[in-house]
Ligand binder design. Structure first.
Ligand code: ZN
Ligand code: ZN
Length: 146
């Protein structure tokens, strides 16, 4: 027999103005709510997701579209690949991945972008300019591209 845990679950939630279901009970340092279910500690948001949308497909993680890790509103949750989750996340790598221009303002579009060996995006215009600058300094050659 499955435990009817819905009331117990909902008692731990308050709905915020933005629609987030703020978890009021135990939380992990990361903000994720913890919920004890069928003899195990589970992530509250995963429990909510599975209850409403079904099992989380293998290899996918749950992304908080609202970026509020203590939120357990299934409408704010989406099963995505870990890479998508990281790219959407907040932080240095996410900012870099979202960046649409290089530090000098050239566009990171298909024609102007290449990947460095470590995977970071590089700007072709800047590379061309740097090569010109190098030639100019070393050999006094001017080039039009710079
Ligand atoms: Zn939310
Ligand atoms: Zn550039």
């Amino acid at each position: 027999m499955r435990e009817d845990w819905t009331d117990r679950f909902l008692a731990k939630i308050t709905e915020a103005d933005n629609g987030c279901w703020e978890w009021q009970a135990a939380r992990l340092p990361t903000g994720y709510g913890r919920f004890y279910l069928n003899g195990k500690h589970r992530y509250a948001h995963r429990v909510a997701y599975e209850a409403v949308k079904g099992p989380i497909p293998d290899g996918l993680v749950i992304d908080h579209l609202c970026r509020n890790t203590s939120c357990a509103n299934p409408d704010h949750l989406e099963a995505v690949t870990n890479r998508v989750n990281v790219l959407r996340g907040v932080g240095f790598f996410a900012d870099r991945a979202r960046q649409t221009r290089c530090i000098r303002g050239h566009r990171f579009d298909a024609a102007n972008t290449y990947r460095a060996r470590n995977g970071t995006r590089k700007c072709r215009t800047c590379r061309r300019a740097a090569a010109c600058e190098y030639r100019r300094r070393r050999r006094g050659v001017r080039c039009a591209a710079a």
